[in-house]
Design a protein around this ligand. Structure first.
Ligand code: ADP
Ligand code: MG
Length: 708
């Protein structure tokens, strides 16, 4: 069925919803009017022509032109995938975008979210058997490909936000290329917000390009004359100044993460109130936006600015304080002022020390331009860059490096192996990954026992790949079966998969610390998390209980949900769901043994000089101040390496050195260690263990002789 734009429009103009058979609502008609004005709609026929005569199409259009919301709908009307029991997938690098856009498109199509239109993100599947259009994170589609190598459930794949060049999108691009070679019926559309489309075209066999002309207004850019020392403070000041002096129009502030954003919102509210009282400014509506915010809160960014306090009074204003999400993934209409401090949280990977971290880093010039563009959506706008013009020209890099060049590839390599992609070096990638990074990934998987000596997936590797989490974390769960503590380790894993649960508001730090001390476990932070989880499950009014104990209710609820999903995977892998007797002296040690089985590569040793050194890499690290371990145990495993001016290890638990040698002898191959105190101590312990073993063997022999 090949449709024309005219046919599609007349279907949309009908009184009845073709998808449900229901009468269209008034709301539908109102939204339809707006949809028709979007720039992509003027290109609908051209787009359909290209799709009809090509397997791959590259589409480039300014943010807000209607790519994400409209193109999948055009494909839906054109392909009618549900008549063949299929679907259309549209991928997003960000969870929030997938959720939010699915919500919007379900409204545009006048259907219930989760029915005909749904979304799928890690740990949350909001689709049904009726779903024909699915928005999903790129990671989820990749995961799906592991069990359905040809993505046979889909008649079209739309890869959105391809310019972001996330690791998952890069791999997906290579994957859909090979799928398309085997499936002439599948259509692939690659969408991007920036104009460097040539690379995409070339990669997809010189695919045709459709450019959607933007509908943007000029944006005036202002720089600070001097570098700002405290960009958070500068951003808040600038926002309030705009509110006090500039004409009507909403403000978008780019910050780097949840904590910073919440802090900024609090300060903006407090100082804003004062401004309203003292200077008679209009009311402010301040909304945060970051990925871990619950969906209902995320929708608030689309609220209208508040009305003036009195009739004819000064206009109200909305201030959205957001992470990078608002850069290209989500369009917020009504933004006239953008404040850009020039930073974002970016993944950084150092293969030499095997550390991947999120680091607040300067953005690229391309990103800065995108940010500025957000001010010109509805009328001419202003962008305030909180850095100097010289810095923009000399310090910012042109483009952000693709994520594949700065990630730990462990998880992806495992997924590719599962997909049957063995020759990773020659994988057809847009930018090949660095050989050293690839080597590190293979090494990690080998140490975890996921790959054998010929780099083939082992049974454990198959199991690890079933879990939608880091390989180490999955290995920890799988090993816990050997130690009789899967129940507890599933809880620990779930707690490690959610944002920080401990709240520490500035005005109540002491009270918060005291509350946390109640949960503190002698052995360390992982066990403390387990205590929190158990106490949460035992509370009768969990939301109030969390509030009283300075805990993030949202995170705990989410941990509970994640635990359930991990439990299901564990059951599928036929792992027994067991606990040790709580009074057994091995109750906690066994949980820590399982922890060691996953994280033996993330161990630090306390040197005699009072410094921790990471094992093998010999990096100097400090216990993160949030750790409950004040007594500095000699050997610890850590969950995270935090790169700041100093190096911290966060979420830390004590382990016994014997376990390292017993559980991961292939990694603790001591001759390969650099000479250091840790090595010498382990060598002594190894000798002692060997002697004990010999003694045991001798005794066993004697006993045997005596018996016979
Ligand atoms: P693109 O993908 O090209 O950046 P989108 O398809 O995301 O553009 O958005 C197109 C338009 O749809 C936006 O400019 C906005 O007007 C509208 N829109 C999108 N999401 C919402 C929403 N949740 N609420 C209201 N309007 C929305
Ligand atoms: Mg989009």
């Amino acid at each position: 069925s090949k449709t024309t734009a005219e046919q599609q429009e007349s279907a949309e103009d009908s009184n009845y919803n073709g998808l449900t058979g229901n009468l269209y609502s008034d709301r539908y008609k109102a939204i339809l009017k707006k949809r028709r004005e979007l720039p992509v709609n003027k290109q609908r026929q051209k787009f359909l022509d290209l799709v009809h005569s090509n397997q791959f199409v590259v589409l480039v259009g300014e943010t807000g032109s209607g790519k994400t919301t409209q193109i999948p709908q055009y494909m839906l009307l054109d392909l009618l995938p549900h008549t063949e029991g299929k679907m259309i997938a549209c991928t997003q690098p960000r969870r929030v975008a997938a959720m939010s856009v699915a919500q919007r498109v379900s409204e545009e199509l006048d259907v219930k979210l989760g029915q005909e239109v749904g979304y799928s993100i890690r740990f949350e599947d909001c689709t049904s058997s009726k779903t024909m259009l699915k928005y999903c994170t790129d990671g989820m589609l990749l995961r799906e490909a592991m069990s359905d190598n040809l993505l046979s459930r889909y008649s079209a794949i739309i890869l959105d936000e391809a310019h972001e060049r996330t690791l998952n999108t890069d791999i997906l691009m290579s994957l859909v290329k090979s799928i398309a070679a085997k499936r002439s019926d599948i259509k692939i559309v690659v969408m991007s917000a920036t104009l460097d489309s040539e690379k995409f075209q070339k990669y997809f066999y010189d695919a045709p390009l459709l450019t959607v002309p933007g509908r943007t207004f000029p944006v005036e850019v202002y720089y600070t004359p001097e570098p700002e020392r405290d960009y958070l403070e500068a951003a808040i000041k600038t926002a309030l100044q705009i509110h006090a002096t500039e004409p009507e129009g909403d403000i978008l502030v780019f910050l780097t993460g949840e904590e910073e954003i919440e802090e900024a919102c609090k300060l903006l509210r407090a100082r804003g109130d004062e401004l309203i009282r003292r200077a008679g400014c209009g009311p402010l509506h301040i909304v945060p936006l970051y990925s871990t915010l619950p969906p209902s809160m995320q929708q608030k960014i689309f609220d209208k600015a508040p009305e003036p306090l009195t009739k004819g009074g000064k206009p109200g204003r909305k201030i959205v304080v957001s992470t990078n999400i608002a850069e290209t993934s989500l369009t917020i209409d009504g933004i006239v002022y953008v404040i850009d401090p020039g930073f974002s949280k970016q993944k950084v990977y150092n293969p030499r020390v095997r550390v991947e971290s999120l680091l607040v880093s300067p953005i690229s010039r391309a990103a800065a331009q995108q940010r500025a563009g957000r001010a010109g959506r509805t009328r001419p706008g202003k962008c305030f860059r909180l850095y100097t013009e010289k810095s923009f020209n000399n310090d910012l890099i042109e483009q952000t490096y693709p994520e594949i060049l700065r990630s730990n590839l462990g998880s992806i390599v495992l997924q590719l192996k599962k997909l049957g992609v063995n020759d990773l070096v020659h994988l057809d990638l847009m930018d090949p990954c660095a050989p050293e990074v690839l080597m590190r990934a293979l090494e990690l998987l080998h140490y975890l026992g996921a790959l054998d000596d010929d780099a083939n997936l082992t049974p454990i590797g198959h199991m690890i790949s079933e879990f939608p989490i880091d390989p180490q974390l999955a290995k920890m769960i799988i090993s816990s079966a050997d130690y009789g503590c899967t129940n507890e380790v599933l809880s620990v894993a779930a707690m490690l998969s959610v944002p920080n649960v401990f709240l520490r508001p500035r005005e109540a730090q002491r009270a918060a610390d005291l509350a946390k001390a109640d949960f503190a476990h002698m052995d360390g932070d992982h066990m403390t998390l387990l205590n929190v989880y158990h106490a949460y499950k035992g509370s009768s009014k969990p939301d109030q209980w969390c509030w009283d104990n300075f805990l993030q209710y949202r995170s705990l609820k989410s941990a509970d949900n994640i635990r359930e999903q991990l439990r299901r995977v564990a059951t599928r892998c036929e792992l027994p769901l067991v606990s040790n007797d709580f009074t057994s002296p091995d109750y906690y040690p066994n949980i820590r043994r399982a922890l060691t089985a996953g994280y033996f590569m993330q161990v630090a040793h306390l040197e005699r000089n009072g410094q921790y050194l990471t094992v093998k890499d010999n990096q100097i690290v400090l216990l993160h101040p949030s750790s409950v371990l004040e007594r500095k145990p000699e050997w610890v495993v850590y969950n995270e390496f935090v790169l700041t001016k100093r190096h911290y290890i966060r979420t830390v638990t004590e382990v016994r050195p014997e376990w390292l040698l017993e559980i991961a002898p292939h990694y603790y191959d001591l001759p390969s260690f650099p000479p250091c105190e840790g090595r010498r101590i382990l060598e002594k312990i190894a000798l002692r263990m060997m002697a004990t073993q010999e003694l045991k063997a001798k005794k066993a022999k004697k006993d045997k002789k005596r018996k016979s």
